[in-house]
Design a protein around this ligand. Structure first.
Ligand SMILES: [Zn+2]
Length: 132
């Protein structure tokens, strides 16, 4: 018996956490950004997604909105040198970008699955695509 998510946000939260959006019981990713081909618990086929460039866009938008006030604060409220300010900001931005990539991809895969986009032909609870 598969514990299907109750709504889109539940599915996206599972994907964001790196677990299977359909059952929530297994890892979604085999490698850093490569999802497993098929969930070992619920048999959902995850090769059907097409997240493409959307996860990096999401990561860049979130990082930019967080880093903008940080940059203003570092530039105005501290007595750091320009080089040190840039170094701190670069490390923070790159770390945040890389940290957000996998959760963003997981959430986007879940979104596509829930909405029946790309290769996912049907919504959960109805005819389920990619499950044998
Ligand atoms: Zn699963």
């Amino acid at each position: 018996m598969v514990d299907l998510p109750h709504n889109l946000w539940s599915a996206m939260r599972r994907g964001f956490m790196g677990t299977c959006p359909r059952c929530g019981g297994a890892h979604l990713f085999a490698k850093f950004l490569k999802p497993v081909e098929r969930c070992p618990l619920c048999a959902q086929d995850w090769t059907l997604h097409a997240a493409d460039d959307f996860p990096p866009y999401v990561s860049i938008i979130v990082t930019g909105h967080v880093m903008a006030p940080v940059m203003i604060l570092l530039g105005s409220a501290t007595a750091l040198s320009a080089g040190l300010t840039v170094a701190i900001a670069l490390v923070m931005a790159v770390t945040m970008l890389i940290t957000l990539l996998q959760p963003a991809k997981g959430a986007i895969i879940a979104l596509q699955w829930w909405m029946g986009m790309q290769g996912f032909a049907a919504r959960p609870g109805k005819m389920e695509a990619g499950v044998k």
